[in-house]
Design a protein around this ligand. Structure first.
Ligand SMILES: C[S@@+](CC[C@H](N)C(=O)[O-])C[C@H]1O[C@@H](n2cnc3c(N)ncnc32)[C@H](O)[C@@H]1O
Length: 322
């Protein structure tokens, strides 16, 4: 079934000269909108109308979005389903819903995204943190003893999702995060401030500004799509920053660079952990080994797909306790 065109607030207003708007079947039960200066649209009817316009979207998204616009909970919406909705709130909701129906990530509409149980601000300057990346975070935490005073470096921090969570979960660690994008760093700094996370931020091109043999744990979720990847034109990714997604013609250019630079900046026994695409496990392991790192392996995500590859700087020393 073809998706209907998204409902815009303008389209909605243009529809007002009709005495009734009735929708049936797929779009929900009959919806009647009264004409006149006082248009009374009930919360439950607005939600049915919205769901009918975005049948390809998660069933609950319209509820989450309306709850956000009204600064209420979804439970409140259910309890007030028969309340009339204010014009201003209806207009705001319809504008946002139209953007969502066009494919814009939900997180950009509401300006926040939860990652590892914490709310992060997001703007179109940063990649929307993905649940997949929690695999990299957990692998990093597993290599950091709770009271370890290790130096942890998050290269390409975006919203700060990884660095902030490492800093909060391992308060003895010294966490530094970098990004090439000044706009992304502003978002990350704000998130660290809001969550009271002790992270030092630096604007840098990968690890070029980092001293040799100074990092115990290097983590990165770098761009890893090739420049001709068709997904770049699909929903969601088309709205996210290209500099957070694309790594040259092969998709591996940043991974290769991080392996080489990682070998230089890691202390003896230190780890490099990289997120990558689920078809890039073998290539990433080859890059890690070619850089001279040892104990190379790939971890799988919850769907059993290759997701994170890691390796260690050769040598016997373990990370120093506090
Ligand atoms: C895939 S995003 C990951 C963001 C965040 N770490 C996360 O997991 O949600 C990659 C990030 O790397 C940054 N980046 C890309 N090229 C870079 C470079 N040469 N040096 C530093 N950061 C870079 C991008 O700006 C972007 O924020």
């Amino acid at each position: 079934m073809r998706a209907r065109s998204p409902l815009s607030s303008q389209a909605y207003n243009r529809a007002l000269p009709h005495p009734l708007i009735d929708t049936h079947g797929d779009t929900g039960p009959m919806l009647s909108v009264c004409l006149g200066a006082k248009v009374q649209l009930l919360i439950k009817d607005l939600l049915r109308l919205a769901r009918g316009q975005g049948p390809h979207l998660d069933h609950f998204e319209a509820e989450w979005l309306l709850a956000d616009v009204l600064t209420r909970s979804r439970a409140w919406l259910y309890a007030h389903a028969d309340d009339a909705i204010e014009d201003f709130a209806r207009q705001r909701f319809l504008e946002l819903w139209e953007r969502r129906c066009r494919g814009e990530p939900y997180a950009y509409l509401v300006g926040v995204r939860e990652f590892y149980g914490r709310r992060l601000r997001v703007t179109p300057d940063v990649l929307v943190p993905r649940a997949d990346t929690e695999c990299l975070l957990e692998a990093a935490l597993a290599r950091l003893a709770p009271e370890c005073a290790a130096c942890v470096f998050d290269a390409g921090t975006g919203s700060g999702a990884l660095a902030i969570n490492v800093a909060l979960e391992r308060p003895f660690a010294h966490v530094i995060a970098s990004d090439r994008s000044a706009a992304a760093l502003r978002v990350a700094r704000q998130n660290a401030h809001d969550l009271n996370a002790a992270v030092s931020f630096v604007q840098a091109n990968w690890l070029l500004a980092i001293a040799d043999s100074s990092v115990d744990l290097l983590i990165s979720n770098p761009p890893y799509l090739s420049s001709d990847d068709l997904r770049l034109h699909g929903d969601s990714l088309a709205f996210e920053p290209l500099g957070a997604l694309v790594a040259g013609a092969s998709g591996l250019e940043d991974i290769e660079q991080l392996c080489v630079e990682g070998r230089r900046v890691l202390r003896v026994g230190g780890y490099l952990l990289l997120e990558h695409g689920c078809s890039q496990g073998a290539q990433t392991r080859a890059c890690l080994a070619a850089a001279g790192l040892v104990d190379v392996l790939t971890l799988k995500d919850l769907e059993a797909r290759d997701r994170v590859s890691l390796a260690r700087q050769p040598g016997d020393l373990e990370m120093s306790p506090p």
